[in-house]
Design a protein around this ligand. Structure first.
Ligand code: HEC
Length: 115
């Protein structure tokens, strides 16, 4: 099990205003909120979200249904080799495109980008 408890956030590699603009325009920040209430730059709202049938483990616990996962903090992404709770994506763009459920709208906007 992965945990970030007790670890300091990895240092940022700079600020990228153009990237922030796209992130906001696509609606990523509705779940990956840039800052926590205490001002920590974690890029998560720490909340559960339905991610669609392709994420459904059919497992339920007291809090979460099968396709519900907590918004992953988007810090240190440049060090990651795989994405999501089960490492199902090996490329960043692939991970963004795989979002479904409540994130389908944002993922659709990402897929429609023309760059
Ligand atoms: C409705 C909420 C929601 C929206 C909107 C959303 N995400 Fe996510 N995102 C999640 C959840 C929940 C996870 C974790 C899923 C898991 O672990 O299986 C996640 C995981 C990720 C990951 C993988 C991180 C890791 O450490 O494995 C990346 C990258 C990511 N999101 C980027 C984006 C981007 C870019 C956008 C906008 C295009 C976006 N997300 C929009 C909820 C959302």
């Amino acid at each position: 099990m992965k945990t970030v408890g007790g670890l300091a956030p990895p240092p940022r590699d700079g600020d990228h205003p153009a990237g922030h603009k796209v992130f906001d325009a696509l609606g990523c920040g509705s779940c990956h909120r840039p800052q926590t209430a205490k001002g920590v730059p974690a890029f998560t709202d720490l909340c559960l979200h339905h991610m669609g049938p392709q994420f459904d483990t059919r497992a339920k616990d007291i809090e979460a249904q099968g396709d519900e996962f907590r918004s992953a903090p988007l810090w240190g992404l440049r060090f990651r080799k795989a994405y999501f709770h089960d490492d199902r994506a090996s490329e960043l763009g692939q991970a963004i495109e795989m979002h479904g459920g409540e994130a389908e709208r944002a993922a659709g906007k990402y897929r429609a980008l023309s760059v």
